[in-house]
Design a protein around this ligand. Structure first.
Ligand code: C2O
Ligand code: CU
Length: 549
């Protein structure tokens, strides 16, 4: 019995809870300590923590605006960055920086973002949490081919019909992996699918029919989202609206996006990633990393373990976990007297109805938590570390806030009531659907037993209706739904958890959990996806299409 077959039976017949009792060394390798993923260590010395000032990504200015629309342009390009002090790292970037520039838009106005691909590989850009028409959603086979690539028409002439974008493109050639080998590869079907490909430039249209929220954009290319994001293809996209403007929340320099991401570095300074094929022509990671890649360097806004001088005042921190597979439990250390330091005001889909005070926040890949921290609760001069209670050694620390002693004025506050949030009614659900996120007996991560196949929809909700979707897991899976945000109504038959409040687009499932959500399908018909946001699971086929009709 080979390892995968053994594990497949283990998961389905014993249930995930029994996995801890499975003593096979190979199982221990994959599922060590119940953690998703496996640590990939860096090959060079790691810098001391709390030396580098926190960078804040630049805000992207529109190139033009008219009565309804703001137009932006981003060039995807290779850039040499200094992430570790004195070390050059070649990154794939949006506009030359990692994170990419922050796109700031207003509800009710359309944003058109034109991407130009000067990378050596095709790309797909997805606005995560965006309420986006299907043709701008970043469907994973709708490739933006690099500037100068052969066009689809050229390829058809050359007799390559049906393989458009997958052949004759730098970085996208080669044969797919053989099922049953030691490594987990993307599914063969992923290689043959042809999407709506364009060469050089592509405009994505975001109509702005959504609430103020902390969104992010990232690469979503079929089979290569993990290495693409790991190498730097991620940035913030903030939406503002009038109900948010009316609140006395911290603003300006006291409203900070914090992109938390773990990475590993090779001896030559490059990002280290356990790709089966280092040239990234074939998707997939080597066997031990099939459950996710964990880095040993924690970056915030692209800087390792940074520090920030803060006033004794309230700050809005927009926490984003942009890691491929690593979950965090974030806490401030020391806690201020009385606890409750992290006052959550928003989740993935925008502001909550009322704030929720937490001592710590558990954040899975792709989730966002908007929190307000009042640093006036600390004595002047206090050094407050943001720590990760799920980490150990260097991954147990994230960044540090150094509380200033100068007296400041702070007009910001967190009102007891924030904004109106409609609660979806479970009785309004017209259908209940089950989605099981599991490792299959074969080589892949699956949804309802099947690896992803582009174009094969497994649900067809009708526009305007509310559905109840039930997600269940074998191991850790952060489940993400495109198009519409959802509300969590239960976990394992009980109440929602402490981190489930508000409109969500990503919900963390721990091993052998079941989560129920309500989602209403609005505005746009077409094909979208739901998938696991552990990017190694995603790349290895844990995705499914649904088509809104
Ligand atoms: Cu953040 Cu479908 O992804
Ligand atoms: Cu997963």
């Amino acid at each position: 019995m080979n390892r995968r077959r053994f594990l497949g039976i283990g998961v389905s017949a014993l249930g995930a809870g029994a996995l801890a009792a499975v003593a096979a060394p190979s199982a221990a390798r994959l599922f060590a300590a119940g953690q998703p993923g496996r640590l990939l260590t860096s090959e060079l010395d790691l810098p001391e923590a709390f030396r580098i000032p926190l960078p804040v990504p630049p805000v992207l200015q529109p190139v033009r605006t008219d009565g309804t629309t703001d137009y932006y342009e981003i060039t995807q390009q290779v850039a040499e960055l200094e992430i570790l002090p004195g070390v050059k790292t070649q990154a794939w970037t949006y506009g030359g920086s990692f994170p990419g520039p922050t796109v700031v838009t207003r509800a009710g106005r359309t944003a058109v973002v034109k991407h130009r691909n000067e990378l050596p590989v095709p790309s797909v850009t997805h606005l995560h949490g965006g309420h986006t028409p299907a043709d701008s959603d970043g469907y994973p086979v709708d490739l933006l081919l690099p500037v100068g690539s052969a066009t689809d028409a050229d390829q058809r002439t050359a007799g390559m019909a049906g393989m458009s974008g997958m052949q004759g493109t730098p970085g996208a050639t080669g044969t797919h992996g053989t099922p049953g080998t030691h490594e987990m590869h993307g599914m063969p079907g992923m290689r043959a699918a042809a999407g709506r490909n364009v060469v050089g430039e592509r405009s994505y249209t975001y109509p702005g029919k959504q609430r103020a929220a902390t969104l992010w954009y990232h690469d979503h290319r079929m089979g290569f989202t993990g290495p693409g994001v790991w190498r730097g293809l991620a940035g913030f996209h903030l939406v503002h609206d009038e109900p948010e403007d009316a609140l006395p929340l911290p603003r300006g320099e006291r409203d900070l996006p914090l992109m938390i991401a773990d990475r590993s570095f090779a001896a030559d300074g490059s990002f280290r990633y356990p790709a089966v094929d280092p040239s990234l022509a074939d998707p997939g990671v080597t066997g031990p990393y099939a459950n996710g890649v964990l880095g040993d360097v924690l970056l915030v806004n692209g800087a390792p373990w940074p520090r920030l001088d803060v006033d004794r005042a309230r700050y809005r921190l927009r926490l984003l976990n942009a890691s491929n597979a690593r979950p965090y439990r974030l806490e401030l250390d020391p806690q201020p007297a009385g606890g409750g330091a992290l006052v959550q005001i928003g989740s993935d889909g925008g502001l909550l109805a009322a704030p929720v005070a937490h001592d710590g926040i558990q954040i899975a890949p792709a989730e966002r938590f908007d929190v307000v921290v009042d640093f006036s609760r600390y004595e002047p001069g206090t050094q407050v570390r943001l720590v990760n209670r799920l980490g150990s050694d260097r991954t147990a620390e994230v960044m540090r806030f150094d509380v200033s002693s100068k007296p400041v004025k702070d007009d910001a506050m967190v009102p007891d009531k924030l904004v109106a949030v409609e609660a979806l009614d479970p009785a309004a659900a017209v259908t209940t659907r089950d989605f099981a996120f599991r490792r299959s007996r074969g080589d892949g991560w699956t949804v309802n037993g099947d690896p992803y196949q582009p174009g094969r929809s497994i649900a067809a909700p009708a526009l305007g209706t509310v559905e109840r979707w039930r997600f269940s897991s074998d191991l850790h899976h952060p489940v993400h739904v495109h198009l519409d945000h959802f509300q969590v109504i239960g976990r394992n038959g009980g109440d929602p958890g402490p981190f489930d409040a508000g409109w969500k687009d990503t919900v963390d499932l721990r091993p052998a959990e079941a989560v129920e959500v309500l989602v209403r399908f609005t505005d746009y018909a077409g094909t979208y996806m739901l998938h696991c946001h552990n990017l190694e699971h995603e790349d290895m086929a844990m995705m499914a299409d649904f088509t809104v009709r």
